[in-house]
Design a binder for this molecule. Structure first.
Ligand SMILES: Nc1ncnc2c1ncn2[C@@H]1O[C@H](COP(=O)(O)OP(=O)(O)O)[C@@H](O)[C@H]1O
Ligand SMILES: [Mg+2]
Length: 246
């Protein structure tokens, strides 16, 4: 965890357009965002408001048409594909709605594969012992994904996201494929990791109960930031209702 004022993530003036035939869709218009180290931020917004697009740009999975993304103070605008890939592997962790685990690898192999690719296998293996404990998957590491429950799969995916000690974990609807109780367990793990281990999490969700686990909720509408609220206040739920209409 950084002790200075450089944020974990900073986006300035992010724009993204998609061309579909002769139509242009403005998926993001001029989005500014700062996420501090140790912060848990949720994005909410109606379908099509640009949440996934924003997460892709923050995760260096796609390039903006305008604006910049900085990770822990490091600019990314001038990086080539290899440098972007290296930055993704070392500084970012990803959590997806559909887990994205490789079916014919064990949980352990799924977690360690990215670290091994970047030559960090030994350190990652040591770190996994601790993470497995934290995420209560120690007795499941030899299992294939199909031998695991949904909640266990997402906890394995979370271990994979955290194995390289990333600056930030980016999560797109991480509880979207889980039942309410299992989803709440994953959210509690994220919350506890932020509070106790200093993780930094950016999560997209349409679920108010999921968003309320974050420290701060940023609302998107039509590709722009339409508002923001801190959680923990009595009226956070009312603010969500006002902005998202749920
Ligand atoms: N690859 C793509 N090609 C064309 N249009 C896209 C593509 N991805 C997203 N869009 C459009 O951009 C807008 C924002 O999409 P998205 O970021 O997926 O929103 P959300 O995740 O909030 O539902 C929508 O209008 C969507 O249809
Ligand atoms: Mg989406």
């Amino acid at each position: 965890m950084a002790t200075n004022d450089v944020p974990a993530l900073r986006a300035q003036g992010l724009c993204k357009r998609y061309r579909m035939g002769d139509q242009t869709i403005e998926a993001l218009r001029d989005v500014d965002l700062t996420v501090r180290h140790g912060e848990f931020v949720a994005f909410m917004g109606p379908s099509g408001s640009g949440k996934s697009t924003l997460l892709h740009l923050l995760g260096l999975l796609d390039l903006p048409d305008g604006g910049t993304v900085e990770i822990a103070g490091e600019g990314t605008a001038d990086l080539d594909d290899d440098a972007l890939t290296a930055l993704r592997r070392t500084k970012l962790g990803f959590l997806f709605q559909s887990f994205e685990l490789i079916p014919n690898l064990s949980a352990r192999e799924n977690v360690l594969l990215p670290a091994e690719i970047s030559g960090q296998g030994a350190a990652a293996s040591e770190r996994l012992a601790h993470l497995a404990d934290q995420l209560a998957i120690g007795d499941r590491l030899g299992h294939r994904p199909r031998q695991l429950s949904g909640g266990q799969r997402q906890r394995v995916a979370l271990a994979r996201a955290l194995i390289n000690d990333p600056v930030v974990v980016l999560a797109d609807e991480p509880t979207g494929n889980l039942d309410t109780r299992t989803g709440a367990e994953v959210l509690e793990l994220l919350r506890r990791g932020v509070d106790d281990a200093g993780w930094t999490v950016v999560m997209v969700t349409h679920d108010p109960n999921a968003a309320l686990h974050a420290d701060r909720i940023v609302f998107l509408r039509d590709g722009g930031v339409s508002g923001e609220t801190v959680t923990g206040s009595d009226d956070a739920r009312a603010v969500i209702e006002r902005f998202v209409g749920v």
